[in-house]
Design a protein around this ligand. Structure first.
Ligand code: ADP
Length: 480
C-alpha cells in the first residue's frame, strides 16, 4: 500500500504543536506495518539543510508567484517530498505567523500550493510512485481532497483527512477559489464554501473519502454545536465516514530510560532516580527544596483552549497545599503576564519560563510529579501521554482525548490497578481546585502514589493500536 501524507509541520524538523509530533511518528509506525509512505512538507528554513541532501524530482517554472522544486529526501527515518518554493516558505520565525503575530497574508497561497502539488503527485505520480491513498492533515492540507476529486475519477487515489484541531479552519475570501480554479459546482454549501468564504478544512471534509479525528471522544464532541465550531452539520452529514483514532507518541523520542535530556534515567523499577530530575527541574525554575506537596508542571501553548486562566485562579490552593508549579509555555500576552506575576507573588513555589524549549519539556516530564492539562477542549493532547510514559500523573479535564487516555484514580480504579491520573469536570476553576486537592491527598499516600505511577508507565501510549487502525481504514477505501 502506497500512502502520501500531506502536512504543514513534522517533528523533529519543524513543530508548533502536537500535529508535528504525530506527523513525525505515524509514518514510521505505518512503515513498520509494510506501508510505503511519503510525507510532503514545505521547505521552511528549518528544512533547508535536509532539502540540500535530496534529489530534485519535479520543477515548476511558476508556482503561485515563483519558481519551485519538489525534492525527494530521507531523514530521521522518513521518506520526505519537500516542496522548495522560497517565495512562499523561506521566511524566518513562526511558520504560520508574521513578526506581528498575524497570519501571513498569503497563507492561502502557501498552503494552497502545498495541496496543489500534493494533488499533482497523487494523481500523476512521481518517478513511478503513485499513492493509493492520500492522507491530508488539518486545514493546511484541506484543499488536497478537492483538487484530487477535480482531477477526475479514473486516476483518483482515495483520500482521508484528519482533524487535529477544528478551531483552525483556514477560511479565506471567496475569490481565492479562482486562484485554485475551483469551479462553482464545488464551491457550494455542500462543498468548499463556508458562510461565503472558501474553507480549506471544509473542502477537505466535503471531498475526502474518510474523515478522522484524533480521539473517539473528540469525534463524538465534534458532532455537537458546543465543540463543532460551525462544522458539526458537515460532520453529522458524513457521520458514516467519520471516526476517532487516538494519537500515540514516539516511544523512542520519549523514553525515560534513555532520554538524554534527563539528569538521570529511570524505569518503573527505579522510580527513586526521578528525584535527581526533580532537583534539576527545581534549579532550572528557581523552586525551593521545601515542597511538601507534588511538583506540578505545565508544558503548553498559553491560549484560551488550554484553560490555563483557570489554573491562575486555582494557584492559591496549589501553593497552599505546599505544592510547586513549573510552567513552560508561550502564547497570549495576558496569560504570559499572569504567570510571570504569579512567579513574583510566590517566589520559590511557582517557576515560569516563557518560551518554547523542546529539551526542557523532556526534563519537565522527568522531574515533575504531575502534569496539569485543564483544557476547555482537547482533540487528543500529547503532554498527558508523555506524562503517563514518564510516571508524571496527568491531572486533566474530562474532555476529548484527555478523557480517552487517562483513567481517574477513584477507589475502584485504584484497587484494580487501572488508575493513572485525575480527571475533573466541569472545566471550571472550582473543579480544578478540587482536582488539585485530590492530587495532593493521593501524593500524601506514597504507596498509592507509587502504584499510580507504575500503572501510568504501563499504559500503552505508542502507536501499536492506532497505526493498524489507520491501515485498516486505508484498506477499506483503497480496495473499493
Ligand atoms: P497542541 O497541539 O494543541 O498545542 P498537544 O498536547 O497535542 O497540544 O501538543 C503540544 C506539543 O507541543 C507537545 O509535544 C508539547 O510537549 C509541545 N509543547 C507545547 N508548548 C511547548 C513549549 N513551550 N516548549 C516545548 N514544547 C512545547
Amino acid at each position: 500500500m502506497k500512502v502520501l501524507f500531506v502536512a504543514s509541520e513534522c517533528a523533529p524538523f519543524v513543530k508548533t504543536g502536537g500535529l508535528a509530533d504525530v506527523i513525525g511518528a505515524v509514518p514510521k509506525a505505518l512503515a513498520a506495518l509494510g506501508v510505503d509512505i511519503r510525507v510532503i512538507l514545505p521547505v521552511y528554513p528549518a528544512l533547508a539543510r535536509v532539502a540540500k541532501t535530496g534529489k530534485i524530482v519535479t520543477k515548476f517554472d511558476e508556482l503561485f508567484g515563483g519558481e519551485a522544486r519538489l525534492i525527494a529526501a530521507k531523514s530521521e527515518g522518513l521518506n520526505l517530498l519537500l516542496l522548495d518554493a522560497p517565495h512562499l516558505y523561506d521566511r524566518p520565525g513562526n511558520i504560520y505567523l508574521d513578526d506581528s503575530g498575524q497570519d501571513w497574508p498569503d497563507n492561502h497561497l502557501r498552503f494552497g500550493a502545498l495541496c496543489f502539488v500534493a494533488a499533482k503527485v497523487a494523481t500523476e505520480g512521481i518517478k513511478r510512485w503513485k499513492p493509493a491513498v492520500v492522507h491530508a492533515h488539518d486545514w493546511q492540507a484541506g484543499l488536497t481532497p478537492l483538487l484530487i476529486r477535480q482531477a477526475g475519477a479514473k486516476t483518483c487515489p482515495r483520500s482521508v483527512i484528519t482533524i487535529h484541531n477544528i478551531a483552525f479552519q483556514g477560511l479565506f475570501h471567496w475569490t481565492v477559489k479562482d486562484t485554485f480554479s475551483i469551479p462553482d459546482e464545488l464551491f457550494t454549501h455542500e462543498g468548499a464554501e463556508f458562510w461565503g468564504h472558501l474553507g480549506f478544512l471544509k473542502a477537505g471534509l466535503s471531498f475526502s473519502d474518510k474523515i478522522t479525528t484524533v480521539s473517539p471522544t473528540y469525534a463524538r464532541e465534534l458532532l455537537t454545536a458546543e465543540f463543532g465550531m460551525g462544522l458539526e452539520g458537515v460532520l453529522q452529514a458524513r457521520r458514516g465516514d467519520f471516526s476517532g483514532i487516538v494519537n500515540g507518541i514516539d516511544l523512542r523520542a520519549w523514553n525515560p530510560s534513555t532520554d538524554q535530556a534527563l539528569a538521570k534515567n529511570y524505569t518503573s523499577r527505579s522510580l527513586g532516580n526521578k528525584e535527581q530530575n526533580r532537583v534539576a527541574l527545581r534549579t532550572r525554575f528557581g523552586l525551593g527544596s521545601d515542597a511538601s506537596g507534588p511538583v506540578f508542571c505545565v508544558v503548553s501553548r498559553l491560549t484560551e483552549q488550554k484553560g490555563l486562566d483557570l489554573l491562575l485562579e486555582a494557584l492559591p490552593v496549589l501553593v497552599g497545599r505546599g505544592a510547586h508549579l513549573a510552567l513552560l509555555g508561550s502564547g497570549e500576552k495576558h496569560l504570559e503576564q499572569g504567570f510571570l506575576d504569579a512567579a513574583q507573588q510566590y517566589p520559590g513555589q511557582v517557576g515560569v519560563i516563557i518560551g518554547y524549549d523542546e529539551e526542557l519539556s523532556h526534563l519537565m516530564q522527568g522531574g515533575s510529579d504531575a502534569i496539569l492539562v485543564p483544557s476547555r477542549f482537547e482533540p487528543c493532547g500529547l503532554t498527558q501521554l508523555y506524562g503517563l510514559r514518564y510516571g508524571t500523573l496527568p491531572v486533566v479535564a474530562r474532555t476529548g482525548g484527555l478523557a480517552d487516555t487517562v483513567t481517574d484514580a477513584d477507589d475502584a480504579a485504584i484497587k484494580s490497578k487501572r488508575a493513572t491520573g485525575i480527571l475533573f469536570t466541569p472545566v471550571t476553576s472550582a473543579a480544578l481546585r478540587d482536582a488539585i486537592h485530590r492530587t495532593c491527598d493521593l501524593f500524601d499516600q506514597p504507596k498509592v502514589w507509587r502504584s499510580l505511577m507504575r500503572n501510568a508507565m504501563r499504559y500503552p501510549v505508542g502507536w501499536d493500536q492506532s497505526a493498524p487502525a489507520y491501515l485498516e481504514l486505508y484498506e477499506t477505501i483503497a480496495t473499493k
